[in-house]
Design a protein around this ligand. Structure first.
Ligand code: FAD
Length: 423
């Protein structure tokens, strides 16, 4: 890897997602206190992905460019050295990160590599379902939905036509309910475009737990369930998926759902960085950390976000994977690294869940902000405001308005441009 500057200490951050970026930006904001401290951010991608907007991109309601913030522009002039590279291995004894573009040593390390989709060894699921974790996934979902409509428009047999126009989502968590609402809205638009009855397309969401959004606030569960049903989404809870076949999900009660598209959003598992056995793991492969978010066996290594197994001291339960908490944890470890540089003691992390914001298509949502509970359009606006607040926090508002000024990038309800499908 290209030599870095000759500064005396170096923090290397693995992953420029919500947690890693927050850590890097916080360290950079206090760089004047430590001119000899170097901040290096490594990611396999050259953009910061706004994962919360993937459902909108998958339905074709926003263009892929609107969910990918180029890191080169974002980090320019901020005192953060960005390296686009795939992390292959971490040598925790030698304090070095091995990447596909060379080796880099560290004094402090932040692991913020996020998560990947968990398939729980369900037979056929990996092979027959699409996932919703990347730009590639959104392009595949969008193209498949459009193809199903184009084919169904010429299919005269009711059975195959019904299957073509059925979109099945496995997993009723946050991303599952958001993609269900987006697809229901998109299906109505495409049905009109292809001259089909609005009653023909079906969106079915299947959840193993007794309700959608398991473990969430009861008001939120109720509001989301009612909103989805009003949008003609079929909600089936208490039904674990037992097997996936081509265009079919088999359920625990012996029934099955046939669909032209199956999307699996049923769980996540922390990503590996190198030797899976090097560090102690909690559930879902998440790395066990102490209350300061450091790895007990290597106190100079911190883990944040979806990759970390963090216990909430208020509840004694593990924290949920969320962008909100990943950001908080990123900032917290940055503060602890500054404390270590200044020979101060490190502080324990306490999660602060500031609310819940769920978008349900372009015109509805469900939000709990402070003690306020809001549904419908107002909730959707809360979510939009929150998206802007985040862009402001990372210094990307200019990027957003730059996109708006370009005529080809706006809410895109037409067929997928060929350039997008080919990517
Ligand atoms: C569809 C969807 C909707 C969601 N909606 C919400 C929401 O509304 N609210 C909310 O709070 N949360 C939401 N989440 C969850 C949230 O996005 C995650 O919890 C959050 O992104 C976790 O942040 P992170 O920093 O741990 O990981 P990420 O943001 O995933 O970042 C990890 C980074 O590490 C990089 N990386 C991984 N492996 C390597 C490697 N080997 N080498 C180099 N780089 C690597 C990746 O490229 C990525 O940039 C949603 C998630 C999804 C999928």
């Amino acid at each position: 890897m290209k030599p870095l500057t000759q500064k005396t200490t170096r923090t290397v951050i693995l992953g420029a997602g919500f947690g890693g970026l927050a850590a890097a930006l916080h360290l950079a904001r206090h760089a004047d206190r430590h001119p000899q401290h170097e901040i290096v951010l490594i990611d396999r991608r050259n953009y910061h992905l706004l994962q919360g907007k993937l459902p909108e991109a998958a339905a074709g309601h926003v263009a892929p460019e609107e969910v990918m913030i180029p890191l080169a522009g974002l980090l320019q002039g901020r005192g953060i050295a960005f390296r686009q590279a795939q992390v292959l291995e971490v040598d925790f004894i030698g304090r070095a990160v091995h990447t596909d573009r060379g080796l880099i040593t560290y004094d402090h390390l932040v692991i913020a590599v996020g998560s990947t989709t968990a398939f729980y060894n369900i037979l056929g699921l990996k092979e027959h379902a699409l996932t919703l974790k990347s730009i590639g996934d959104t392009v595949a979902i969008r193209a498949t939905v459009e193809r199903q409509f184009a084919v169904a428009a010429h299919e005269l047999e009711p059975g195959p036509r019904r299957a073509l126009l059925t979109f099945v989502i496995g997993g009723g968590g946050w991303s599952g309910v958001e993609i269900a609402a987006e697809l229901a809205e998109r299906a109505a638009t495409l049905a009109a475009a292809y001259g089909l009855s609005p009653a023909e397309p079906r969106v079915v969401i299947v959840e193993a737990a007794p309700t959608l959004l398991p473990g969430s606030d009861p008001w939120l569960i109720d509001t989301v369930t009612r909103t989805l049903k009003a949008a003609r989404v079929e909600v089936r809870c208490g039904l674990p998926v037992t097997e996936a076949q081509a265009r079919r999900l088999l359920l625990a009660d012996g029934s099955s759902v046939e669909g032209g598209l199956i999307i699996w959003t049923g769980g996540v598992r922390a990503r590996e960085v190198g030797d899976a056995n090097a560090l102690l793991r909690g559930q879902a492969n998440r790395i066990v950390v102490d209350p300061t978010l450091a790895v007990p066996s290597h106190p100079e290594v911190y883990v944040v976000g979806d990759a970390a197994w963090v216990i909430d001291p208020h509840t004694g339960a593990p924290t949920m994977p969320s962008a909100q908490l990943a950001r908080q944890q990123g900032e917290h470890v940055a503060r602890n690294i500054l404390a270590a540089l200044e020979n101060r003691s490190r502080e324990a992390y306490r999660p602060h869940l500031k609310g819940a914001l769920i978008s349900l298509g372009g015109r509805s949502g469900a939000a709990i902000v402070a003690r306020l509970r809001v549904g419908g359009r107002a909730a959707r606006w809360f979510k939009r405001l929150n998206d802007y607040r985040y862009l402001f926090f990372i210094g990307a508002v200019g990027w957003r308005f730059g996109l708006r000024a370009r005529p080809n990038i706006r809410r895109t309800l037409g067929p997928t441009p060929a350039s997008v499908v080919r990517r």
